[in-house]
Design a protein around this ligand. Structure first.
Ligand code: SD4
Length: 330
């Protein structure tokens, strides 16, 4: 909840967001815009903007931002401190991409905190786009990443408590509740997208996925087109929530293709959520899915299935604001 207390918060949580009113925020010609999921995205955005100011590329900024929640032990999913799968292993998924078609991803990565940086290394140092499991771990260690235990005592305690019932039931909007270490099913995926001064786009998404997932489960986050998509001259989109529902419709690619067809980011995010509901109906009762997007001119949008999803936006003035996203259901 730290970001919420330190930042300007626009609108009450759960209030319908006048997303259209935000269109254009940070969109002055040449101004960078950084947009990320959930309240804690504000701290990531700050780090990203700071990196830009010290001469980093947009990709450097995005990676720097994504590393913030990865290193935050109170964030019980991303990186170290994340909740494990149902067998007690913390496994990380991440993707990073720019709008020149460069992309790297890892899934089911163990023992390495900064999955987004491993994803970037996959992009820059291999002929591939995606490494998983032991191969991803081996690659990371061979490339200088440090192995360390990711399962912290509070996360292990929560897992043992969960084993008492061993019931897998994702809780909507748990990301913003930021409960004390040890509370159930906390998951804090960050999707972060940016538009640089030159109008180019980049993005990343990193998570340990749904707490107590099946071993080997991979969600939407590291999958290009599902958890993240970036296209030159069009924009960037990323997703959070129950990854299976996002993956089914290649959600982020769908948002970007709607923008390519002329939709504003907010409308494109809404269209993707509506499509999921059309497909799934009652099967997704109680589940959360949210999208955020930046369009060609730096205009932004967000939309969720349920109230409670929020996002953080930071413009060239470096001021981060957190906004509740509008939702289909009330
Ligand atoms: C997943 N989409 O692994 C992620 C979870 C998430 O905030 O977004 N949590 O399904």
């Amino acid at each position: 909840m730290g970001a919420m207390t330190r930042r300007a918060v626009v609108g009450g949580m759960g209030a319908a967001l006048p997303a259209a009113a935000l269109a254009g925020q940070g969109a002055a010609a040449g101004a960078p815009v950084i947009l990320s999921t959930w309240d804690f995205g504000a701290a990531a955005n700050d780090a990203a903007i700071a990196r830009l100011r010290t001469g980093g590329s947009l990709l450097d900024a995005i990676e720097t931002g994504a590393r913030v929640p990865e290193a935050d032990l109170s964030n019980h999913s991303v990186g170290k401190g994340g909740y494990p799968d149902r067998d007690g292993h913390v496994t990380l998924d991440a993707v990073i991409m720019d709008d020149a078609g460069r992309v790297g991803a890892v899934a089911a990565l163990e023992d390495v905190t900064h999955a987004v940086s491993v994803a970037r290394a996959v992009m820059e140092r291999t002929p591939h786009t995606f490494l998983v499991g032991e191969g991803a771990r081996r690659f990371a260690l061979d490339n200088g990443f440090r192995a360390e235990p990711l399962l912290t005592p509070p996360a292990a305690a929560e897992w043992r408590k969960w084993l008492g019932t061993a019931k897998y039931r994702p809780v909507a909007n748990i990301e913003n509740r930021r409960p004390a270490p040890g509370s159930a099913l906390d998951h804090d995926t960050i999707g972060i997208v940016g538009r640089g001064v030159d109008g180019r786009f980049a993005g990343a998404c990193t998570t340990s996925g749904m707490a107590f997932k099946m071993r080997g489960r991979v969600g939407d986050s590291p999958q290009v087109g599902a958890g993240l998509f970036v296209e030159a001259g069009v924009g960037a989109a990323t997703a959070t929530g129950v990854g299976e529902e996002v993956t089914r419709i290649a959600g982020s690619a769908r948002v970007v293709s709607s923008m390519r067809a002329g939709m504003a980011p907010a409308a494109a995010c809404r269209e993707a959520v509506e499509h999921i509901l059309r497909l799934r109906g009652r099967a997704i009762d109680g589940m959360q899915v949210g999208f955020i997007a930046i369009g060609r001119s730096g205009d932004i949008g967000a939309f969720a299935l349920m109230p409670g999803f929020s996002y953080a936006v930071t413009g060239s003035d470096g001021r981060s604001t957190v906004h509740p996203a509008p939702s289909l259901r009330s």
